[in-house]
Design a protein around this ligand. Structure first.
Ligand code: AMP
Length: 459
């Protein structure tokens, strides 16, 4: 079995054994694109990254390592397990992807049928797709093949592809378990594992699936776990999966990135849609994400905004995979300017043009606030995040501020008194989560219609 090959066995002792220079592959069979000329210089090459991958990433503009890459790649190249505390947008896909691809290239053999050498687990279909796109771009012109398996796509097609074996499998945990149970894939030869956005996988309720998957993996493996926050359950996950990990933190967990200008506007639940439309009418040409709590609420809000003339799409768990991909694509291209989303559908998305984030409903898990607003101010840009807070959400707002160790400046409305907040309804996030956050009053037209462009010009 591959995991018995000592060349691939990670150094678990924690001693420094820098990798030798990447070896040339004996075969270039199966190339998809002509390889770029190898680039043997630069900071990534100095860190042991394969010269062909180095040429690919240089062409993509990755010439100077980000902090997570600078701190993480040397430890990963050494074979250490890593616990990375980093949000998306910090360059963590390359931090784990580049050494992983280098290692697979150096191994130089095809995977056995129904096995994968490397497994990347991600909480959502969208994040899995984004990772797969990045990995393919980094690996272009090399023999390394990746494959993405997510729910909502044909399991038979996935089974057929896995029958040949795959170098890098990128999966959501639920679909991976389905495929394992059908014996379409075995993890017995998987010696490189990445758990991306691990805290969100816990939030979604994947802990049992992750425990099961852990038991199927070889003990001799290298595991990297990335998380933006470090809730208590993460410690259990970390103990289950990681051995003597190197900890790398580029942003203190739970704190928002600095370039995001944040504000909270107090408003009654029934007036939120009107207020949102007023805010958005000031920037009709810029991309904005609006977060709601429930699938139904997001759908309703998107329809309302569309009626009011915004070029809008919604993305949540009730949409088919095709609908989700089309909505994201249109948003990425700027054809729709507004994306209304639930947490499950939207975390981890990397769309640098997103200039505004609106928390239409405050999240009932405080850490999700940080993830949501992290959709803006990416790739060195600025961003603005506005929370629309109803009296009943005062408790959530304070919990968010506590988690961030910061207060969010008030930019509108009046801070509700404690008595008003209590009278407005239950403040407990979980309880509110079962209700309907978008109430009937939201269907009123805005008092001042958004000064928008004609729809045809927005699209
Ligand atoms: P991630 O945190 O992996 O989602 O990456 C966020 C964005 O940063 C992606 O668009 C990457 O292409 C980009 N990126 C990653 N590493 C670098 C780098 N060293 N220099 C410039 N951009 C980078």
């Amino acid at each position: 079995m591959e995991q018995n090959n000592t060349r691939r066995r990670p150094n678990r002792g924690g001693k420094s054994t820098p990798r030798s220079a990447p070896q040339a592959l004996s075969s270039n069979e199966g190339r998809r694109a002509p390889a770029r000329d190898p680039l043997p210089t630069g900071p990534f090459a100095d860190m042991g990254i394969d010269h062909r991958i180095n040429a690919n990433i240089a062409a993509l503009g990755l010439t100077k390592p980000t902090p997570i890459q600078e701190q993480g790649i040397p430890a990963i190249v050494e074979g250490r397990d890593v616990l990375g505390l980093a949000q998306t947008g910090t360059g963590k896909t390359a931090a784990f992807g580049l050494p992983m691809l280098t290692r697979l290239i150096n191994f130089g053999k095809k995977p056995d049928p129904k096995t994968c050498r490397a497994l990347i687990l991600a909480p959502t279909r969208e994040l899995a797709t984004q990772i797969a796109t990045n990995i393919d771009a980094y690996a272009e012109g090399t023999p390394i093949r990746s494959f993405r398996v997510v729910g909502g796509a044909s399991i038979n097609v996935q089974t057929e592809r896995l029958s040949r074996g795959v170098d890098v499998l990128i999966a959501t945990p639920g679909r991976l378990m389905d495929l394992i149970e059908r014996r379409a894939i075995s993890l017995e030869a998987t010696t490189y594992l990445v758990l991306d956005e691990a805290d969100q996988m816990l939030d979604i309720g994947f802990i049992h699936t992750l425990r099961k998957i852990a038991r199927m993996l070889p003990r001799e493996r290298q595991t990297l776990m990335f998380s933006a926050t470090m809730p208590k359950l993460m410690q259990e996950l970390s103990d289950t999966y990681l051995t003597n990990p190197v900890k790398v933190a580029v942003n203190p967990p739970g704190q928002a990135a600095k370039k995001i200008e944040q504000g909270v506007h107090f408003v009654s639940q029934g007036d939120k849609a009107t207020l949102l439309a007023e805010y958005m009418s000031k920037h009709t040409n810029e991309l904005a994400m609006v977060f709601g709590r429930t699938k139904h609420g997001c759908e309703k809000l998107a329809k309302l905004l569309e009626k009011w003339g915004f070029a809008v799409a919604a993305i949540h768990g009730n949409k088919s995979q095709g609908q989700r991909e089309r909505a994201l694509e249109a948003f990425r291209k700027g054809e729709t300017k507004v994306l209304v989303a639930t947490d499950v559908a939207a975390r981890g998305l990397d769309i640098p043009e997103v200039a505004h984030v609106y928390n239409y409903d405050l999240p009932n898990v405080p850490e999700n606030y940080v993830h949501r607003i992290g959709r803006t101010a990416r790739a060195g840009r600025d961003g603005r995040a506005v929370a629309l807070c109803s009296p009943a959400e005062l408790g959530e707002l304070r919990a968010i501020e506590k988690a961030m160790k910061n207060t969010i400046p008030v930019i509108g409305g009046e801070v509700p008194s404690a008595a008003m907040a209590a009278a407005a309804g239950p403040a407990g996030g979980a309880q509110r989560g079962r209700g309907k956050p978008m109430d009937a009053g939201a269907s009123k037209r805005p008092a001042r219609r958004p000064s928008r462009q004609p729809k045809s010009r927005q699209a």
